[in-house]
Every structure is written in structure tokens, then in C-alpha cells.
Design a protein around this ligand. Structure first.
Ligand SMILES: CC(C)(COP(=O)(O)OP(=O)(O)OC[C@H]1O[C@@H](n2cnc3c(N)ncnc32)[C@H](O)[C@@H]1OP(=O)(O)O)[C@@H](O)C(=O)NCCC(=O)NCCS
Length: 161
């Protein structure tokens, strides 16, 4: 089930994002880069994102409890997708596709002509498969000052959906 994130989700999201990048971004970034990046995943940063943008989570029943499988963030005001992370155990099952579609349909997003994002290099193929096109190389600056090579991408809404 995809739903709007709640403040209490913030405690669970650092572990989800850490597992996601360590498992799925290791093919394109070094262990040092990934460790520096993951060190910035703290609950308060997710609370700020919830307050200032729209954050969605994918939640499922698992053994009587609720488990978060993925989260995504859209800043509709600036027409940007800021984040999309699927837990390794849920990868390859359509979770990312469903969450991306939900972000694109989020309140405010339907009014924008195009969405932009900065894709980690491992995720470029995923976004291309969902109607985004490459716009050129960019970087994501970490708190340490180190930079992750990324690809700037855009999608004209109404295409590829
Ligand atoms: C990229 C990511 C979100 C994809 O999520 P996912 O749930 O595994 O992807 P899905 O199962 O929904 O895949 C949907 C389709 O995209 C394709 N796809 C998924 N990842 C892909 C990739 N890296 N390259 C090319 N195609 C990809 C799948 O094959 C599938 O196509 P199909 O239906 O024709 O088989 C996930 O791998 C992830 O969280 N990666 C780490 C975090 C990250 O890099 N996020 C992006 C930050 S900008």
C-alpha cells in the first residue's frame, strides 16, 4: 500500500535508505562514497522532507507487523523528484515503478509541464524505462564535500505513462 509518510516513519527510513544504497548503488560508487553518503541518513532529515515536500512510502503487512519497503519524495513546487529508494528485499517486484507513478500523480505534480531529477548512475536505466531522458552529467555533493556522479534527467508529463 502506498500512503503519505507519517512522522513516526522517520525512525525507520535511515535503515531503509542505507540498505537500498549499499545493495543497489555499489556497482557505480565506491565503498567510501557509499559510507559517507549513508552517514547522512538521520531521522530528522526525513522529518524535514515530510514537512517541506511530499513523501510517500510503500508499506506491507509482514508476519503481523507493518514493514516499509520503499519511500519517495517529490517537490512539486520546483517540479523535482528528490528521492526514490526501494529496500533490497523488495527490489525487482514493481515497487519502484508503482511509487514513481504515485509521485508523478501527487497533488501539484499534474500541473507541472515536466519533472526533473538527479539520478544515481545505477538508476538511469530505470528512469529511462519510465519516460525520462538524459540531460547531462551532474553531481550530488555529500556533507563531507565529496561528490557522487549523477545524471540530470527530465520527463515531459503525459509521455510514457
Ligand atoms: C532504481 C530502483 C528505485 C528501482 O526500483 P525497483 O522496485 O527495483 O524497480 P521495479 O521492479 O519497479 O522495475 C520496474 C521496471 O524497471 C526496470 N528496471 C529496474 N531497475 C532498473 C535499472 N537499474 N536499469 C534499467 N531498468 C531497470 C525493471 O526491469 C522493470 O522493467 P520490466 O517491468 O520491463 O521488467 C531501485 O533499484 C533502487 O531503490 N535503487 C537504489 C536507490 C536509487 O538509486 N534510487 C534512485 C535515486 S535517484
Amino acid at each position: 500500500m502506498i500512503r503519505v509518510a507519517k512522522p513516526e516513519d522517520a525512525e525507520l527510513l535511515p535503515a531503509l535508505q542505507r540498505a537500498s544504497v549499499l545493495a543497489q548503488c555499489a556497482s557505480v560508487y565506491s565503498a567510501v562514497q557509499l559510507a559517507e553518503w549513508a552517514a547522512s541518513f538521520v531521522p530528522d532529515s526525513y522529518r524535514i522532507m515530510m514537512d517541506t515536500r511530499q513523501m510517500l512510502v510503500d508499506e506491507v503487512e509482514d508476519g503481523g507487523g507493518r514493514v516499509l519497503r520503499a519511500f519517495g519524495v517529490i517537490d512539486a513546487r520546483h517540479a523535482r523528484i528528490n528521492a526514490l529508494y526501494v529496500a533490497p528485499a523488495a527490489a525487482g517486484k514493481g515497487v519502484g515503478r508503482a511509487l514513481l507513478a504515485a509521485l508523478e500523480a501527487a497533488p501539484g505534480a499534474s500541473g507541472v509541464g515536466e519533472l526533473r531529477l538527479s539520478a544515481t548512475l545505477n538508476a538511469v536505466g530505470f528512469y529511462e524505462a519510465h519516460g525520462y531522458e538524459r540531460c547531462g552529467a551532474t553531481t550530488h555533493r555529500l556533507a563531507s564535500g565529496a561528490e557522487l556522479a549523477c545524471e540530470s534527467m527530465r520527463k515531459v508529463l503525459g509521455f510514457g505513462r
